[in-house]
Design a protein around this ligand. Structure first.
Ligand SMILES: Nc1nc2c(c(=O)[nH]1)N[C@H]1C(S)=C(S)[C@@H](COP(=O)(O)OP(=O)(O)OC[C@H]3O[C@@H](n4cnc5c(N)ncnc54)[C@H](O)[C@@H]3O)O[C@H]1N2
Ligand code: MOO
Length: 393
């Protein structure tokens, strides 16, 4: 198989995937999820012309008074009695305007004397300190389109639009398999020949920013039967992610195990660095992503494939990472025939490449807050040059 360009591999992965079924959940459980249908306003906001300040509702043409204070309007009451000429109504923030009033005199500019009121300063134009009915949004307006992510401001909008429940895609279940005879669980002793398995905790941490349920199936030895059994167990999930065993060595058994478990492979090997041995396919109803074992390769491929896949099946319309531009603080070498995703951090002087770009260099990876994308065959770049950058969450 020749090396597949990243964008083509992402498109093929999305084409393999199906959106998860729609469910209706209370808004409190929808945070960070994507709307599965357009959300339409069930009410006007504001519901009437409301005062934006504490003061007096008056007719602007009668400025500066005197007015006779004829009553009161507070939030939580229905429409007050109409305002007769020469009258003012005491009013509070969020309260409905009496019919006939067209401006609010704030109480700081009002001089009450018994029930007679005059204005002390500032002209009073029509509409001053009034929030017009439906000026925020009107009933039947589309508040949010399907595919919008429900952050805090959109939760507020949905609730003000009259919704207690919202339609979202079901939460994906993501099964994690860590392959390798050399691996021990986090915190366990590491006699010679062994190392702590860091990929599953890292992937779980990356997935913590995206609503999903994680099923950690632990460490699987480099043994064909054990891997086939583990993959079959994992097939109950919506997405199966393995790390390690993806390359061409005698102990790299993920691909044959996947095929023996009944999986159909769609692609293997991507024109990217790190992350070349990435593979993807379907196993029953589950999507399968085989990530390379090197921690940096697993991190970068998860950023470019796993997180976008989770967002895609969850209903996101823009599942791919954001690509911006920034200047380089130092020089970069020319690039070979794979797109390079360099780990870097943002300094006041521009992007700084981390101390090692080796795909096993975990200490250097931990310095990064972004990836510099250098397309295949880019020439060397000088300080001050603009390059493509993907911020890391
Ligand atoms: N002859 C070739 N050798 C390699 C090629 C190649 O094209 N030809 N590709 C290289 C590239 S690129 C990568 S990336 C790696 C990927 O290898 P695997 O996916 O098969 O990963 P392993 O060999 O199982 O492990 C690599 C490395 O990562 C460590 N590891 C594995 N799992 C974990 C984990 N859960 N936590 C922490 N560290 C882990 C493992 O111990 C190895 O050191 O292949 C190159 N080889
Ligand atoms: O793709 Mo590997 O991840 O270059 O080291």
């Amino acid at each position: 198989m020749s090396l597949l360009p990243v964008a083509q591999a992402q498109a093929r992965l999305f084409a393999l995937a199906r959106r998860l079924p729609v469910e209706t959940v209370p808004v409190g459980q929808a945070v960070g999820r994507w709307l599965a249908q357009d959300l339409v306003a069930l009410r006007d906001q504001p519901w009437a012309d409301l005062s934006a300040m504490d003061g007096y509702a008056v007719r602007a043409a009668e400025y500066p008074g005197p007015w006779r204070v004829a009553g009161e309007s507070a939030a939580g009451v229905a429409t007050p009695a109409p305002l007769a000429p020469g009258e003012a109504v005491r009013i509070f923030t969020g309260a409905p305007l009496p019919p006939g009033a067209d401006a609010i005199l704030i109480q700081e500019n009002a001089i009450p004397d018994g029930d007679i009121l005059t204005a002390s300063a500032d002209p009073l134009p029509v509409g001053r300190h009034i929030r017009a009915a439906a000026s925020d949004f009107a009933r039947n307006a589309t508040l949010l389109a399907a595919g919008a992510r429900l952050g805090p401001a959109r939760i507020a909008l949905a609730v003000l639009g009259g919704h207690g429940d919202v339609p979202v895609c079901a939460k994906p279940r993501v099964a994690l398999l860590s392959t390798g005879n050399e691996l021990v669980p986090p915190g366990a002793p590491t006699p010679p020949g062994f190392l702590p398995s860091s990929n599953a905790p890292m992937l779980a941490a990356m997935l913590a920013g995206v609503p999903c349920d994680i099923i950690d199936l632990g460490i699987v030895p480099d043994d064909l039967d054990a891997m086939v059994a583990a993959l079959k167990r994992a097939a109950q999930a919506d997405i199966i992610v393995s790390t390690g065993g993806a390359s061409v060595g005698d102990h790299d058994l993920v691909r044959p195990a996947f095929v023996q478990a009944g999986g159909s492979l769609d692609f293997w090997k991507i024109a990217m660095r790190p992350g070349k041995p990435l593979m993807a396919g379907r196993l029953g109803d589950a999507l399968f992503l085989g990530l390379p074992g090197n921690p940096v390769s697993a991190f970068v491929t998860a950023t470019l494939f796993l997180l976008p896949l989770v967002r895609h099946i969850s209903g996101a319309t823009d599942p791919l990472p954001l690509v911006g531009e920034a200047v380089l603080a130092g020089p970069l070498p020319a690039i070979g025939d794979r797109d390079d995703y360099l780990r870097a951090w943002r300094s006041p002087d521009g992007l700084v490449s981390v101390t090692s770009q080796d795909s096993a260099a975990s200490a250097a990876m931990a310095q990064a807050d972004c990836l510099i994308l250098r397309p295949a065959r880019s020439p060397a770049a000088a300080p001050g040059e603009r390059v493509m950058v993907l911020p890391l969450p």
